[in-house]
Design a protein. Structure first.
Length: 325
């Protein structure tokens, strides 16, 4: 089968937003490759030595590829993505004068080839992400997240996902009800359960992500503990969303809310998060690029939350904020 490949050369800051545009335009798959030069900080859990760049993408830049079936009008998709990318400037997201390319490729070039490079990844002291097709023997005390991300965001390789999992490890003490907003592949919801949470409500606006999260939750044997719902942020908790009913899985108010999404989206529902948290509850807000730190900091404070910690990874950061009453 032949596919249209649409490549966007942009900034690392804009990758999450633009990859989401591609998914919403109907992409059958999306890949992101960020700068691999020697100036970029890399994790070296096994003492790896890097003496050659991984690619020739300039520092701070990234290449995003979206794949569309051959019956799609790729020119229409290109215009839609261009228009939405231009609009990112209104959110102060630097797209870096992006350029675009299209070509036709054979399915075998992308559909399964990437799996050869997606290996088990230890992201914290106890959490390891394991692709379902890989053999891996866990060591004592190691918690394994089985994952087949499919078309949903969240493999653990992006700094924001790994950062969020490490931050979760520091705040989940055991027995908490947790809400995961923008769950994507379900990786954070599964991670919270592996760390000892009691129940998790995982939410996403994208039906593809909801399906992917449900499948990954089942792969980890957590379908009874993790409830996956389609929801625009926390709208499912409002009275018209029937959030008071038992089918959300968690008991409101909850002890932890986690959101690994764009800074601009985080700022849209801080008040809703405050209402969803019990006194002393924690909000883990991640997916924040360094130039948005002050804006998110101020937004969390304005909502009545108190900043307890800031976790950092490369150019990204995550806030842990507490509802203090």
């Amino acid at each position: 089968m032949l596919w249209h490949e649409l490549t966007i050369h942009t900034t690392e800051e804009a990758t999450e937003a633009i990859s989401n545009f591609l998914h919403e335009a109907g992409a059958g798959g999306v890949s992101i490759e960020e700068s691999g030069n020697l100036n970029k900080k890399r994790e070296r859990p096994y003492g790896e030595w890097f003496d050659q760049p991984l690619n020739d993408i300039p520092e701070g830049r990234a290449e995003i590829k979206g794949y569309f079936s051959d019956d799609v009008n790729i020119e229409d998709v290109l215009e839609e993505v261009k228009t939405r990318t231009i609009e990112l400037a209104t959110y102060n997201i630097d797209t870096g004068n992006p350029t675009y390319e299209t070509r036709v490729v054979d399915e075998e070039e992308w559909a399964t080839a990437w799996k050869a490079y997606y290996k088990p990844l230890k992201v914290s002291d106890t959490l390891t992400i394991k692709p379902v097709w890989e053999e891996y023997e866990a060591s004592e005390g190691e918690r394994i997240i089985e994952l087949d991300p499919g078309m949903a965001f969240g493999t653990g390789t992006h700094p924001t996902t790994a950062l969020c999992l490490r931050a979760l490890e520091s705040i989940v003490k055991g027995g908490e009800d947790v809400i995961d907003v923008g769950t994507g592949s379900g990786i954070l919801a599964i991670g919270a359960m592996k760390l000892g949470a009691k129940q998790v409500l995982a939410l996403d606006l994208d039906p593809v992500a909801v399906k992917s999260a449900q499948e990954n939750v089942a792969l980890n044997g957590l379908s009874e503990q993790v409830t996956v719902k389609e929801s625009d942020l926390l709208s499912v908790l409002r009275p018209e969303g029937h959030g008071a009913s038992a089918d959300i899985g968690v008991q409101l108010p909850v002890q932890i809310v986690v959101a690994n999404i764009l800074a601009e989206i985080i700022l849209l529902f801080t008040n809703d998060v405050y209402e969803a948290l019990q006194p002393g509850g924690l909000y883990l807000a991640s997916g924040i690029y360094k130039d948005k730190e002050q804006a998110v900091h101020d937004g969390l404070i304005a909502a009545g939350l108190t900043i307890r910690h800031v976790h950092r990874e490369e150019e990204w950061l995550a806030f842990v904020a507490e509802k203090v009453v």
